[in-house]
Design a protein around this ligand. Structure first.
Ligand SMILES: Nc1ncnc2c1ncn2[C@@H]1O[C@H](COP(=O)(O)OP(=O)(O)O)[C@@H](O)[C@H]1O
Ligand SMILES: [Mg+2]
Length: 268
């Protein structure tokens, strides 16, 4: 038998524990306890090629109990998990397999630098791991949902609330800029809320695109879905600077206040 980690309903165990299980009662997607692998793609786009799964070593499964699917991005999947070493809930994010050791090394190095930033408006990094050729980020679990989710319910926020959110985003950015780190992909999906309202920026550091193996294509192709928030100079110069994060924060503030972005187009 299988027990849903969210609603507690018991039902017949799935045949394959390396794929997501959907609870027949509450319909949440989760990874069964005892799974030795995790999918790297969101449900729906799930195929069963070996490369679409990350094998979880015992050192990982002994420490983390993966549970509910929190969401998925362009090349990532995020689970809620219990960190048994500290007895707290964390978010575990698996990114698509690296294109090579250099790309992995650069990514791990950058993320470990992000992990050294301690600021109330930056989601804390707990661990940065390499599992089965995939980067894995363990971060503070921010339970109140994203700004994107808020904007999809309310379309815009009150002026006072919008300014407070923008002020906290800028404080988090400033802390990272002070140590030379640029976000590069700031957008409402990466602005998360703690239940009582504090804002936490997530996904600081280089955007992850395993297909962008060479430096020439990296600037354009790593921008991906963040492009409406990306400053024009990132397209012309090919890289983000602190000022481009401030531009992204400005676009987000505009969207929070008016319900739409300053430019409306379907491509950069
Ligand atoms: N630390 C976290 N705490 C809570 N939810 C998170 C956390 N990180 C990510 N999520 C959720 O998972 C979703 C997918 O995350 P991510 O892979 O970063 O993609 P994106 O930021 O492109 O949406 C996010 O939009 C958010 O809803
Ligand atoms: Mg994100």
């Amino acid at each position: 038998m299988e027990t849903c980690p969210v609603c507690g309903v018991a039902f017949e165990a799935p045949a394959d524990k390396g794929l997501l299980t959907r609870c027949p009662a509450c319909k949440c997607d989760y990874l069964s306890s005892g799974a030795g692998a995790a999918p790297l793609r969101r449900p729906g786009s799930l195929s069963d090629r070996p490369g679409d799964r990350v094998t979880l070593p015992a050192t990982f499964t002994e420490r983390f109990r993966l549970g509910k699917l929190l969401g998925s991005g362009e090349s990532s999947i995020v689970f809620l998990a219990d960190d048994l070493s500290s007895d707290r809930r964390v978010a575990v994010k698996f990114l698509a397999r690296a294109s090579g050791p250099d790309q992995m090394a650069r990514f791990l190095d950058e993320r470990r630098r992000v992990g050294q930033v301690e600021h109330p408006n930056v989601a804390a990094t707990i661990d940065v791991l390499e599992l089965d050729g995939c980067p894995c980020l363990v971060t503070e679990y921010v339970e109140g949902g994203s700004l994107r989710q808020r904007l999809s319910v309310r379309k815009r926020l009150g002026a006072r609330e919008a300014v407070r959110v923008a002020t906290e985003v800028l404080a988090g950015l400033a802390a990272c800029h002070a140590v030379g780190l640029v976000h590069g992909a700031l957008r409402p999906e990466n602005v998360l809320f703690v239940t009582h309202g504090t804002v936490k920026i997530s996904d600081f550091g280089i955007a992850w695109n395993p297909d962008a193996a060479n430096e020439e294509s990296a600037g354009e192709s790593t921008i991906g879905a963040a492009w409406p928030y990306v400053a024009p100079e990132c397209y012309t110069e090919g890289e983000a600077a602190p000022g481009s994060d401030v531009y992204s924060a400005g676009v987000i503030l505009c969207e929070m206040l008016t319900g739409s972005r300053p430019y409306d187009a379907t491509t950069p």
